[in-house]
Design a protein around this ligand. Sequence first.
Ligand code: IFM
Length: 465
Amino acid sequence: MRCRTALFACLIALLPTAASAQSELAVFPKGFYWGAATAAHQVEGHLTNDWVTWEKAKGHVKNGDTSEVGVDHYRRFDKDFALAEAMGHNAHRLSVEWARIEPERGKIDWAAVDHYHEVFASLRKHHLKPMVTLFHFTNPVWVAAQGGWLAPRTVDDFAKFAAFMGREFGKQVDCWMTLNEPNVYAFQAFDAGYWPPAHQSREEALQVMANLMRGHARAYHALHEADHEDADGDGSAAEVGVANHVALFDPMSGINAIEAATAYFNDTVFNRAPMRAASSGLLQFEIPGTQGVKVFDPQAASSVDFIGVNYYTRWVCVSGGAKDRIPMPGAPTTAMGWEDYPYGLYRALWMANGYSRLPDGRHVPILITENGVDDPDGKTRASYLVRHLAEVHHAIRDGVDVRGYIHWTLMDNFEWADGYRPRFGLYHVDRTNGLARVATPAVSVFERIARSNALPPEILATYGR
Ligand code: IFM
């Protein structure tokens, strides 16, 4: 009997206390940001910019789709933000359209400015912190005509635009992203030739990356000089960063030198070079065999207050075939043909963490500015979300300072050269029924997570594998 009592006492001692059980729950840090992201050109409709011109030519966008109506977010923004609020979100990332605000060099369209004042007021009304991107792949027609981001002049024009934005909207906005995915834009538009201006020059793509980061650096300082108003009273008037696209590159075989080198060089120029530029100030955009850029830009050093990470997938580098990178053979893929690889988000966060210690002594946090899935029938998004969030929590637990998770995207939209076929939206947009917003099953799952600021055990058990 004594023996049984002792055993019982031992077992009791092994049981977790309430506090330790609580700490085993996947709880996110207090004040964590939960939200979704959109981009003006993909949702607003009724625009004039370089992409609109491009879409008019046959063959540029699948099925001849155009952004003309978008999902009419330009008029429906308030109802859309109400959907985000109802999902438990406390932040929303969106881009403003430079072409609307400054349709001609130096001429401000005040009606467009008023519109964005209303947009930000609506976000505040719905308790969503505005996270505002200034460049998300589209340019005013006058910027494109002067050579776009190949022209050094565009760097200065962008800085002036940023200064205007800081002055005009500083009362409503504290969180700014100068650029969305400078690497994706530079390579799609200047190397692959898929996006306007459809050049096919690797050298130009490297110069464009450098110019984008110069533009970022100048915009960073311009925003800080112009925006002194703490819109939400959290002690910070302006926090400025870049939404970096991180795609992982692994060699197919660890013993194939060509594959290892391909993975290394892709990773270096595509993922690390933009983060390094805004951290150390070294603008080094180089690919072996191509004339690149290597210069120190003092304005770029320590030019971020947070590091944005957009993560979707990983690529495996192969040699001797028609393509030099493919999804991991045998791994699950999404409808875009991208590998579904949640652990990649953990790796991407650690990569960003490597650039978070700045020369000026600050250690800046990380914000997940995009992560999402093309899910045509809405059946996989909840699981994708939960499995990726489990990796976010994993990274936080292991020491990465992640402050928020912003999902791509709030509702289906214009997916650039792929048109309206891909469905990345938490809300499906029914184009056969007046653009009605229809909740996908992931909405209630996201709401459960955001409201509890945790991954509840039953959600993990149902969707976490
Ligand atoms: O739709 C895009 C977005 O504009 C930038 N990041 C990736 C998304 C999905 O492809």
